[in-house]
Design a binder for this molecule. Structure first.
Ligand SMILES: [Mg+2]
Length: 191
């Protein structure tokens, strides 16, 4: 199958970096557990954009620690013949450090896409499953007939309960929950 995988809050715990920089730069405290929507209300739109772009500076990209089990799970998918598309809403200038990071953590991938039209690209290359924490991307993927899956976060928990989203507490559980779908896809591809 063709699997698209987001980076921030999907492959690593982005919130620690984001909230640390928010405190340093704007003096606001953003507790993870209280972030029950995708809006970061204490910040204005332009402050938010500046902050997100700071999180995507090379030194921050390169120092991220992947979630436990993420790399092993994805490596197993890749070895089983699944197509791995890594996708992130980050500027094209972040492409090179992101490649360096993926290599450093040993995550195999077929394509990396750093841009701001994630779902269009997924549609274009016929992605079957999108793993992404953003509620907007989860809903848009569903509209496109792409199976959405995510690591559970306060901002998507509600969606995990209500919609047909494959949701998991961590990567070990996500691997288990996606296994039947990926196995069915592999049979379909052979058959
Ligand atoms: Mg994300």
């Amino acid at each position: 199958m063709r699997i698209a995988i987001d980076i921030d809050s999907t492959l690593y715990h982005y919130w620690d970096l984001f909230s640390l920089l928010a405190r340093r730069r704007f003096g606001v405290t953003l507790p993870y557990e209280e972030q029950v929507t995708y809006d970061v209300s204490p910040l204005r739109q332009e402050q938010l954009a500046a902050l997100v772009s700071e999180t995507h500076r090379s030194e921050h990209i390169l120092s991220a620690t992947p979630y436990d089990g993420a790399v092993d799970t994805i490596r197993a998918w890749h070895e089983a013949g699944h197509f791995i598309h890594v996708t992130s809403h980050r500027a094209e200038t972040a492409h090179e450090p992101t490649v360096a990071w993926l290599q450093r953590i040993g995550l195999p991938f077929d394509e990396l896409y750093c841009s701001f039209d994630k779902i269009s690209r997924c549609r274009q290359i016929q992605i079957d499953v999108l793993i992404d924490d953003s509620p907007e991307n989860i809903l848009r993927a569903q509209d496109e007939g792409i199976v959405p899956a995510t690591i559970a976060h306060p901002w998507n928990r509600e969606l995990c309960e209500e919609e047909a989203v494959i949701c998991a507490a961590d990567w070990h559980q996500l691997g288990e929950r996606l296994a039947p779908l990926l196995a069915a896809g592999a049979v379909q591809a052979r058959g």
